[in-house]
Design a protein. Structure first.
Length: 235
């Protein structure tokens, strides 16, 4: 069943936003009586039927409401430097949401290639990925923050890790994750990697460097690699 995003979900009748109405009626060509799902991105899911197939203000009648449980036993927060090309950042958001993640925080490092990002556009990408993959919970996207702030936040996690090209196979990411981990934070740097000073600062607050293999990965590839490692090992 098709899923639409609606921040406010209540019993009775609901009017979709103009953007969602257009997608429902003009793109998908849905009609009166067709059933859809709605989610508020916080686990609440509604089954509803189209009552008025208006292309700008589609009206739905809610049939039922259900609060879905979070189907993961862990929380995963990704801190990552934005890639220079925003299409790569959007690709990462899409895949990370599909894989299952709680938040993405963009970070500014000494070698960052980009510090300004289109948060409104990124939010739309995240919502689309949530709907497509039926995750029901919308991850939090946070604007660019200073690396020191990210270190302080990440250090509170049960598994606080930072990817670093100069580390060794003994620090393989798989050795640092385990099933049952409750709170995981992984930090990914820019294309030029972190500086030694940044790594030293991370270590000083208890964040452990990890190795992602012999290949030199693009920033967004490293981010997705981390997402899939967490999903595979910790689920």
């Amino acid at each position: 069943m098709v899923v639409f995003f609606q921040q406010e979900l209540t019993a009775g009748f609901i009017t979709l936003s103009e953007e969602e109405s257009k997608h429902c009626i003009r793109v998908l060509r849905m009609q009166v009586g067709d059933n859809v799902h709605l989610t508020n991105g916080k686990g609440l899911v509604a089954t509803a039927a189209i009552a008025d197939a208006h292309p700008k203000k589609c009206v739905l009648k809610v049939i039922s409401l259900e609060q879905k449980e979070h189907n993961r036993s862990y929380q995963f927060h990704l801190y990552i430097a934005p890639a220079k090309n925003n299409e790569r950042n959007e690709w990462l958001i899409e895949k990370a949401v599909e894989a299952g993640i709680d938040s993405i925080t963009w970070i500014e490092t000494q070698r960052s290639e980009r510090i300004k990002i289109p948060m409104e556009r990124f939010q739309k990408v995240a919502i689309a990925a949530m709907k497509q993959s039926k995750q029901w919970y919308l991850p939090s996207l946070k604007g660019v923050t200073q690396l020191d702030n990210a270190f302080q936040e990440a250090a509170t996690a049960h598994a606080a890790l930072i990817a670093w090209c100069e580390t060794t196979p003994e620090n393989w990411i798989g050795n640092q994750l385990q099933k049952g981990s409750q709170h995981i934070a992984i930090i990914i740097g820019p294309e030029g990697d972190f500086t030694q000073a940044e790594i030293d600062k991370a270590k000083s607050v208890g964040i452990k460097p990890i190795w992602l293999g012999n290949s030199i990965l693009r920033t967004e590839t490293a981010g997705l690699f981390a997402c899939m490692a967490v999903k595979t090992i910790c689920s």
